[in-house]
Design a protein around this ligand. Structure first.
Ligand SMILES: Nc1ncnc2c1ncn2[C@@H]1O[C@H](COP(=O)(O)OP(=O)(O)OP(=O)(O)O)[C@@H](O)[C@H]1O
Ligand SMILES: [Mg+2]
Length: 348
């Protein structure tokens, strides 16, 4: 009998306590969440400062940092939740998408923990985790809703039909929006991760730099950030070559407005087309204050309800993995001890 099949007769508990582990990129995180929505603890150790001088995450450094941090973070999560493994009903873990070596640390650790404590092991997609972050702290939220996914590696407008069924209305054809923020930040000489630094600089500027409109005049939910990024690079190079004074704050402000305007426009169109008056969002870029304001005013205009995760639940964390893990646990979706890490996973 395989490990996963040992749990096929389990009885799902509404108030299940899920211990989740996340290690897909440069954050080692563990969290304890009750009933899929109530965060009992949410611990994170980041290796971001070790990557700054390289201008991006170095996979080998991230993996080593995860190895050093994973048991410390998990112990801290159990302790601050005031529980022991005996109180836990399942171990959820991010198995993809992300850096393979980094994911393997969390997956191996979670497997060992689940096996030792005889607990079900729940495999979770990091991307679905970002989408499920909206359930945390929002006890009344139920599908269907329109979800905006805006992270470092993914960008999509999604119709969440039920807890387990998603329809991708459109997604980026090239760069993700977070990746575009990071690349434009680099052009402007700002440190990684670029998103928060662009947001800060944008506050000092005005949206006066002319930038191309994405898919001008076309009705589509798809997105494309490579043209916008190239337009910023060309504009700045031309200014530098002609000896004009630096207007980086205006560039940051104009880029932010264009990048985020395209997202909000698509959310508004989805609300109109499907008549669904509930909107959520998830992923690191949703920590951006301008995006949050723009979504709020778009939803107010349409009389739609907006459910946003707290800013710290937008960037990578394990509470969101527990939120999605709970849905999978209730559905009886368990992994065996042969669970492997996957660098990319299907969005749907
Ligand atoms: N305030 C902000 N404004 C804009 N972008 C931001 C902000 N805060 C974080 N970001 C961006 O969010 C991204 C990180 O988000 P996240 O952790 O969700 O991505 P990831 O885990 O690298 O990718 P994925 O989740 O798609 O695998 C980075 O690109 C970062 O620049
Ligand atoms: Mg992420």
């Amino acid at each position: 009998m395989s490990y996963a099949s040992e749990f096929c007769n389990y009885k799902p508990k509404e108030e299940a306590v899920i211990l989740a582990i996340e290690s897909s990129c440069d954050e080692t995180a563990a969290a304890v969440v009750k009933g899929g929505r109530q965060i009992l603890s949410n611990e994170i150790m980041s290796s971001v400062t070790e990557h700054i001088r390289f201008g991006g995450v170095v996979p080998e450094i991230a993996s080593r940092a995860h190895t050093a941090a994973v048991s410390l973070v998990t112990d801290a999560a159990l302790k601050s939740a005031g529980v022991t493994l005996a109180d836990v009903d399942a171990v959820a873990v991010t198995y993809g998408a992300g850096l393979l070596g980094a994911l393997l640390v969390g997956v191996s650790y979670a497997k060992a923990l689940a096996f030792a404590a005889n607990l079900p092991l729940v495999p979770v997609s990091h991307i679905r985790g970002h989408i499920a972050a909206c359930y945390l702290g929002n006890p009344s939220l139920e599908p269907p809703f329109i979800s905006l996914l805006a992270s470092g590696g993914h960008t999509a407008v999604i119709l969440v039909e039920s807890y387990t069924s998603y329809r991708i209305l459109g997604s980026t054809l090239d760069d993700a929006v977070g990746e575009a923020f990071d690349k434009v930040a680099r052009v402007l000489g700002l440190d990684y991760p670029g998103g928060p630094n662009i947001e800060k600089l944008a506050r000092l500027g005005s949206p006066s730099v002319p930038l191309p409109l994405m898919f001008k005049g076309e009705k589509t939910y798809d997105l494309s950030y490579s043209g916008l990024k190239t337009a910023v690079m060309n504009y700045r190079n031309k200014r530098e070559m002609t000896g004009l004074p630096d207007d980086d704050a205006d560039i940051a402000c104009s880029f932010q407005q264009a990048a985020i305007g395209a997202l909000v426009k698509r959310v508004e169109e989805a609300v109109d087309e499907f008549g669904i008056l509930k909107v959520t969002a998830g992923g690191g870029v949703v920590a951006n204050g301008y995006l949050r304001e723009q979504l709020a005013s778009a939803c107010a205009k349409k009389s739609a309800q907006l459910f946003l995760p707290e800013k710290k639940l937008c960037t990578d964390n394990a509470a969101m993995i527990a939120a999605e893990g709970y849905i999978r646990y209730m559905n009886g979706e368990f992994a065996g001890l042969d669970l492997n890490a996957c660098a990319s996973v299907e969005l749907r």
